[in-house]
Ligand binder design. Structure first.
Ligand code: SIN
Length: 463
């Protein structure tokens, strides 16, 4: 008998739906079908692929409210954030529906009259994607849209915590006219699906958003068949506030970037590094605004902070907070929890920690929760040293109105995404991705379609 798993609401612990696991054989068959469908799909002209992508985006928008409710139920994020994520997700489809028509090659002047040199771009083939629970819609379309636009076929395995949004998106893709074998969804545990994907001779590219350890193992396992890989991995974003910054503005932006999705994003500001001359004023204003955030079920009006996805996530947060408090940090607000272990629901109140130092685990391990540690610095060089003192390099933020300091910071922060007086740089039209152990490759923007393309050099002789 086919095995299934429960998708539960992290706010209540209630089972929302049972989903059947695809067997190993089912997944292998899906990959085979995706591989076979590639021959035809890669020949569909770019304008037609663009038209189908636009239709998909439109269908998702027509179902926006229902999708957002499903997303809030399975992920826990406030409904306003789920509605925002539906828009964010379709913005990738819209962007790549246009980019499909702009996959240009080039001609190169030859060094002899007898030759012509032409460079063309071709889709890499079947793409297998593994997507995370924290953005079940946008992380999927950020991969599927450029893949389909380029002419690749696509199989996605969503997170077992949040498969329902993805399943709905794929149904809507089929209703829009994208053939069933061109875009498919399979449900399985990550490790099982990951091994099948990396072992498969049909898969030419693996794209993954998730933890750095899993990303490393996918990279290793892709080596045997030399697959293309795009990896969006962990982050530990610093947010620097310089002495000249507009403090009220920096507080608002820091709240937006820190507490989105209850702090469960890879680009969340995880270390607030504030100049010593303003650290007291900043901390007091920040804590006062944080205390106004409403914690609760994401479906309730006015909720700002939903539940933590599961017990494992909750335990890690508590561990980091306790370690910091034991070592001398002070909680200005928060450090409060509402837990129902029997049902499996975990709420963490947004917490601001002051007097943090680099000896605390929260300064080195990725935080996936609504905890904001504040550390002070004296010189800008010291702020950069603290910021770069991590194996991660995804997003960094800083606040200053001094253009020399800003330029110095932007040039010296080892991060793929840098927000200068901007706590929300993510956008479909810009390249998202990290340096160091935060990943390989970029998603979004002009750069985001390149990883789905091969370059072919054609040399024609005999003229
Ligand atoms: C992430 O947390 O991985 C994605 C966040 C974003 O796209 O802004």
């Amino acid at each position: 008998m086919a095995q299934s798993f429960n998708v539960t609401d992290p706010a209540t612990g209630d089972v929302i739906q049972k989903v059947t696991y695809d067997s190993e054989e089912d997944i292998k068959q899906a990959l085979k079908r995706g591989h076979e469908a590639f021959k035809e799909w890669s020949r569909v002209n770019a304008h037609e692929r663009s038209r189908l992508l636009k239709k998909w985006s439109q269908k998702i928008q027509e179902n926006k409210q229902d999708i957002a409710e499903v997303m809030t139920r399975e992920n826990g994020k406030p409904l306003k954030e789920s509605l925002g994520e539906v828009d964010y997700a379709t913005s990738y489809i819209d962007w790549y529906a246009e980019e499909a028509k702009r996959v240009y090659g080039r001609t190169i002047p030859a060094n002899t009259e007898s030759k012509r040199i032409i460079v063309t771009k071709q889709p890499v083939g079947l793409v297998a994607a593994i997507t995370p629970w924290n953005f079940p819609a946008a992380m999927m379309t950020r991969k599927a849209a450029p893949a389909l636009a380029a002419g690749c076929t696509f199989v996605v395995k969503p997170a077992v915590e949040t498969p329902l949004t993805t399943i709905r998106f794929i149904e809507l893709a089929h209703e829009s006219g994208i053939p069933e074998d061109v875009v498919q969804c399979v449900n399985q545990r990550g490790s099982v699906a990951g091994d099948i994907f990396t072992d498969s001779e049909y898969v030419r590219k693996i794209t993954f958003t998730g933890s750095t350890p899993v990303g490393k193992s996918l990279i290793k396992n892709s080596a045997d068949t030399v697959k293309h890989v795009t990896m969006e991995l962990g982050g530990h974003a610093p947010l620097i506030v310089a002495e000249d910054a507009n403090i009220d503005y920096a507080v608002r932006q820091a709240i937006a970037t820190k507490f989105r999705n209850a702090g469960q994003t890879c680009v969340c500001a995880n270390r607030l590094i504030v100049h010593e001359s303003i650290v007291d004023e900043f901390s007091q204003k920040f804590a006062s605004e944080v205390s106004k955030l409403k914690v609760g079920n994401g479906l309730e009006e006015g909720t700002d902070i939903g539940p933590i996805i599961n017990k494992k996530g909750y335990d890690k947060i508590v561990e980091q907070v306790e370690d910091a408090l034991d070592k001398g940090a002070e909680a200005l607000v928060g450090n409060k929890y509402e837990v129902n272990d029997d049902k499996g629901s975990y709420f963490v109140y947004p917490t601001v920690l002051k007097n943090v130092d680099e000896g605390m685990s929260i300064m080195h391990e990725e935080t996936f929760g609504p905890i904001a540690p504040i550390i002070s610095y004296k010189q800008v060089e010291e702020a950069i040293e603290i910021a770069n003192n991590t194996p991660f390099g995804l997003a960094a933020y800083f606040f200053t109105n001094d253009y020399r300091k800003g330029t110095f910071l932007s040039e010296n922060l080892d991060y793929g995404i840098v927000g200068w007086n901007d706590g929300g740089p993510s956008a479909a039209h810009a390249p998202f991705g990290g340096m160091k152990e935060s990943g390989l490759g970029r998603e979004g923007g002009l750069e985001g379609i390149e990883p789905y393309l091969e370059t072919k050099y054609l040399s024609i002789g005999g003229f």
